[in-house]
Write a protein that binds this ligand. Structure first.
Ligand code: ADP
Ligand code: TRP
Length: 321
């Protein structure tokens, strides 16, 4: 079973990224053949400053490694270190109907928010398809928002395979319903673009500020509260085991629970939960040449896997003459 996913190196890492995708990926390396990469080409659709993309790429790599990604147990690389994926994206774009891309919610959402449409944004799902098909991935763990893009990859794989035979594994999205959408401070999906995130590696002060900003209903302290109606609880439960979860639910239902107090507890929980990883992350970022060396070894393995697929594709499509 081959599992693949990528994360863009844009902005800081939030709880939605961690619980929606990264924690699952990190767990997979123990049981499956795992491919995981930093999608820096994709990030170019929103980051044009070269310095911040380069810095963000190293930070994203350090995040994954600090959180437990083990480069000896998986293939971990930076997307642009395997430029073959761009060739595959071009080939696949000839199997991509315009309508398929025009229907993509992510593209429609961005353009409806006034982001100027360019070809990169429009063709984004084709590059993502190339990422997935290049490595013959069976499963792609993503948050709900990326599900449609994996469906695009399935459609394109079918089209290509219908023409040339079974070259590509047809991938399946994998979405953990339990954390399908981690809510943000305002109850909407937690997302960098909504400014409603709680960041894993924020400074203590910033972290506390973010958590104190979680929107709660104006209910008197003494009144019983419905945990399922509370943004603080919805985030807190991600850190709790079954018994702890039940205990918190009972405190909500019993009344006499102040939102300020639960927020303070949540702040301490998040801070302590990620403290050891924050230290590892700092050590990794303090030694960028070792970090680059880990990434370049990963890229070598990824390139080898990519070259096998690309050779078949080149032969079938007539690029080898
Ligand atoms: P953002 O929405 O903040 O820009 P990204 O699009 O970079 O986040 O998401 C990176 C990964 O994290 C993707 O697999 C995405 O589906 C997942 N993800 C992002 N936000 C959430 C969320 N609130 N809940 C669950 N998964 C999420
Ligand atoms: N589009 C994904 C995101 O923004 C990142 C990504 C790029 C990806 N290529 C991928 C995810 C391939 C899964 C598989 O989150």
């Amino acid at each position: 079973m081959r599992i693949l996913s990528g994360i863009q190196p844009s902005g800081s890492l939030h709880l939605g990224n961690y619980f929606g995708m990264m924690s699952k990926m990190i767990a997979y390396q123990e049981q499956s053949e795992l491919f995981c990469f930093i999608a820096n080409y994709h990030a170019q659709t929103s980051v044009s400053d070269g310095k911040s993309l380069a810095r963000g790429t190293l930070e994203a790599a350090a995040n994954f490694l600090a959180l437990g990604m083990n480069p000896d147990k998986c293939i971990f690389w930076v997307q642009s270190d395997v430029p073959e994926v761009q060739e595959l994206a071009w080939i696949l774009s000839n199997f991509t109907p315009m309508g398929l891309l025009e229907r993509c919610h992510s593209y429609k959402d961005k353009t409806s928010k006034g982001i100027a449409a360019n070809h990169g944004l429009f063709a984004y799902p084709v590059l993502m398809t190339a990422d997935i098909l290049m490595f013959q991935s069976n499963k792609v763990p993503v948050g709900k928002d990326q599900k449609q893009h994996v469906e695009v990859a399935r459609d394109i794989a079918h089209k290509f395979n219908n023409e040339y035979g079974p070259i590509f594994t047809v991938p399946e999205p994998e979405i953990d319903e339990d954390v399908a959408t981690v809510p943000g401070l305002d109850g909407q999906k937690m997302s960098k673009s909504y400014g409603n995130t709680i960041d894993l590696f924020a400074e203590e002060k910033t972290l506390r500020k973010q958590i104190m900003r979680i929107i709660t209903a104006p209910i008197p302290v003494e009144a019983p509260k419905d945990p399922d109606d509370c943004n603080v609880y919805k985030i807190f439960r991600l850190f709790l085991d079954k018994d702890q979860d039940e205990a918190l639910r009972q405190r909500y239902q019993a009344g006499n629970l102040g939102f300020g107090d639960v927020k303070q507890e949540l702040f301490e929980t998040v801070r302590d939960y990620f403290a050891p990883q924050a230290e590892r992350r700092k050590a990794l970022l303090d030694d960028p040449s070792s970090l680059r060396s880990i990434l370049s070894k990963g890229a070598e393995k990824a390139r080898y896997a990519a070259s096998k697929t690309l050779l078949k594709v080149r032969k079938k499509t007539g690029l080898i003459y």
